[in-house]
Design a protein around this ligand. Structure first.
Ligand code: G6P
Length: 484
């Protein structure tokens, strides 16, 4: 028989437990599930490398300018020797055992919250033991933050894995400013209500001074939910809870525009883009998909749409080709394993039916490519297809647009990606509507050069207005204004 499990947050330890010397504490602490470094053993050499992506660069930059420290998991239970510094900022690793990894990461974070917050595309699993471990691990992060932040400092907590940390930290350190940013969608009330621990999660988040979401809809879902399921009162942008004011708002994340433009203009990467097209057999048209291999991304649906376009003659194997990059992700989770197998089956069926000798219709890569290679692919692609069923933002769409410095290129984009709110120049699709995806791709194929350019420049203008550094600074500026 399994042990009885309490479904309450563990009582917090007394403040006296916080022992770090004040002089060593940081003015700004970032708390994220992962550290900005990851252990890797590729190309015959083992070691810690910076995690890729604009988010890491932007958060590292704000920490560098503010005597900052980053708390996170090393990403492995084997190598617990994560470095103590990274590009001039201090790091503090939170470690989990294998059993905690199973319950906290694979379980509550990625089999309960992830599907629930993404429109329940897969049925979320509710498991009391997972919840208990989620609370325990959140407490571990909260204690690490409480020990690290200077008196009156600020703590910026990230994402769905750590939603209890704000309240836990507030109890430990009522003197600090607490910001929380959710990178994924916040679900509508009807879905969130399924969560047996919905009140605890809301109370956890309401420990913050500022709660940021990718889009206004998510902020409003949260505020409505908080008014309904807790004693919070107020509006979508400001809640009163236990005598405190909590600001709620949309802070759409972006990409490192300057870095992407520099790479896109780099002659070596441009040459690589030409080489990719040549390797693909110099087709008239290259379609591209780049996603983490995740069931929320709608990859199979997109491949089906492309396959039907080959079937009905809108595309033809001697002139057109699709490249699909599926970045390996959460591979020990059964849903992800299944998704990979069904996707690979579909890809092979389509290639079997429509491909030519030496020329598959779908060039499929299940690989983690260096960012330079992705930029070369973005440059090589005439049409980028991004069709998640639900996505907090989707930075791939923004990366593609930023690469297209010559204003060519067409984006087919799901209206259920946060990016759709900003990228009105895309060919918008409902990712559940196969005919709609086909029609959008057809339109993207035949669009004239003037409209192509107009659409692309509209999208680029929107993105360059706020890059990922502006995003981080604007969140921190809003956090600074709270409680004053
Ligand atoms: C999404 C989440 C992040 C997460 C990333 C990769 O973007 O919002 O919090 O880190 O996916 O997933 P992983 O489970 O590998 O950290």
């Amino acid at each position: 028989m399994s042990k009885p499990v309490a479904n309450r947050v563990r009582p917090v330890p007394a403040q006296g437990l916080i022992s770090n010397r004040e002089s060593e504490r940081a003015d700004l602490v970032v708390v994220a599930n992962r550290l900005p470094v990851q252990h890797s053993s590729s190309n015959g050499s083992e070691g810690w490398r910076p995690s890729p992506g604009g988010l890491v660069s932007a958060l590292t930059a704000v920490l560098q300018s503010r005597n900052g420290l980053w708390i996170g998991w090393s990403g492995t239970s084997e190598h617990q020797d994560a470095p103590l510094t990274f590009e001039g900022i201090r790091l503090k690793a939170v470690n989990f055992s294998k059993a905690e990894f199973d319950d906290f990461y694979l379980g509550f974070s990625n089999a309960t919250l992830w599907p629930l917050y993404h429109d329940a595309i897969r049925a979320p699993t509710f498991h009391r033991a997972w919840w208990q471990t989620y609370s325990n691990i959140n407490m571990r992060y909260a204690i690490a933050a409480a020990e690290s932040v200077a008196p009156g400092g600020s703590v910026w907590i990230h994402d769905y894995q750590l939603q209890l940390v704000p309240q836990m930290l507030r109890q430990l350190r009522p003197d600090v400013r607490i910001g929380f940013f959710l990178h994924i969608p916040f679900p509508p009330i009807e879905l969130f209500m399924q969560l047996p621990w919905r009140r605890e999660i809301l109370a956890g988040l309401l420990g913050s001074d500022l709660i940021g979401f990718q889009v206004r809809q998510a902020a409003s879902n949260f505020s409505r939910m908080a008014r309904r399921q807790s004693s919070a009162t107020g509006t979508d942008s400001s809640l009163d809870f236990h005598g405190r004011v909590i600001r709620v708002g949309a802070f759409p994340i972006s990409v490192d525009c300057e870095q992407i433009v520099a790479l896109a203009n780099d002659p070596t990467i441009r040459a690589r883009a030409r080489e990719i097209r040549k390797d693909l057999g110099d087709p008239e048209l290259v379609l591209l998909g780049v996603d983490r291999l995740d069931y929320t991304k709608g990859i199979q649906q997109r491949i089906k749409a492309v396959s039907e376009l080959f079937q009905d003659g809108s595309l033809s194997a001697d002139k057109h080709i699709m490249v699909q990059v599926a970045v390996p992700s959460r591979e020990t989770d059964a849903h992800y394993d299944l998704e990979r197998h069904s996707l690979e089956q579909i890809v092979s069926e389509v290639n079997g039916e429509h491909g030519l000798v030496g020329r598959p219709t779908i060039n499929y890569l299940h690989q983690n490519l260096p960012f330079e290679e992705l930029v070369a692919l973005y440059l090589a692609a005439d049409i980028m297809i991004v069709t998640p069923f639900r996505d907090g933002m989707n930075l791939v769409a923004k990366e593609y647009v930023m690469c297209r410095t010559d204003l060519t290129g067409r984006l087919v984009l799901s209206e259920f990606a946060g990016a759709a709110a900003e990228l009105g120049g895309a060919f918008m699709v409902n990712p559940h509507d196969l005919e709609g995806i086909k029609e959008a791709i057809r339109l993207a194929i035949i669009v004239g050069p003037k409209e192509e350019k107009d659409r692309m420049s509209r999208m680029r203008r929107k993105i360059v207005r706020r890059n990922v550094y502006d995003w981080a600074e604007s969140f921190l500026a809003a956090l600074q204004q709270t409680g004053s």
